[in-house]
Design a protein around this ligand. Structure first.
Ligand SMILES: CC(C)(COP(=O)(O)OP(=O)(O)OC[C@H]1O[C@@H](n2cnc3c(N)ncnc32)[C@H](O)[C@@H]1OP(=O)(O)O)[C@@H](O)C(=O)NCCC(=O)NCCS
Length: 167
């Protein structure tokens, strides 16, 4: 019997951010946190990480500033992730309906290609408990355990990095 989670990787399209994506990316962000990351964080923590009521203008401005890559399957936005010129990954989110099908891998491959062509010395990010095994799979190591306090609620995550400099 075929693996029902299997997805032909060629179905995943990675493209640049385009004006008009903002609302769909907000949807991916919200559901990735409230469904996938719900396995590792309390309802109070999820609520401050991805509030139900967020400011659409501020969100759109954030997306335009980080210029993420967008993953699509069959014309549907299923994930997004960015990499800045210094190798910093700010956002990395995959829609729960499309989890464990290689969408994150396709975005991570794109990020590596771009960072290498930018000659970034390393990739680094603040990585959730949920995303830690995924980042470890790509060779990221934990530099520090962090405690972020948002609206008085503490969230634990990891500062993780991966050197891109040949040894
Ligand atoms: C982390 C995340 C981006 C991974 O995206 P994804 O599309 O599911 O990842 P992939 O399907 O490409 O996974 C590739 C491999 O990573 C590893 N992996 C991914 N998620 C994992 C998990 N929850 N537990 C253990 N290993 C995991 C597995 O080895 C997986 O291969 P497999 O499915 O063949 O076992 C996604 O789970 C997510 O959005 N999480 C919630 C939001 C979040 O925490 N974002 C990160 C903020 S820093």
């Amino acid at each position: 019997m075929p693996d029902q989670h299997a997805c032909d990787r060629t179905d995943i399209l990675i493209r640049e951010f385009a004006s008009g994506d903002e609302v769909r990316l907000a949807d991916v962000f919200y559901h990735a946190i409230h469904q996938t990351a719900a396995a590792d964080y309390s309802p109070e923590q999820l609520a401050v990480w991805a509030p139900v009521q967020s400011d659409p203008g501020r969100w759109a401005e954030k997306m335009r500033s980080i210029q993420p890559f967008v993953a699509e399957i069959g014309g549907m936005v299923v994930g997004y992730a960015d990499v800045q010129r210094n190798g910093y990954i700010d956002h990395f989110y995959v829609s729960p309906q499309s989890g464990r099908r290689g969408v994150g891998t396709a975005l991570m491959d794109q990020i590596h290609q771009v960072a290498l062509s930018n000659r970034a010395p390393q990739l680094f990010s603040s990585v959730s408990l949920t995303a830690r095994p995924f980042f470890e799979k790509f060779g990221f190591m934990i530099d520090a355990v962090q405690q972020v306090v948002v609206d008085g609620i503490a969230l634990r995550n990891f500062r993780m990095s991966k050197s891109l400099t040949p040894t």
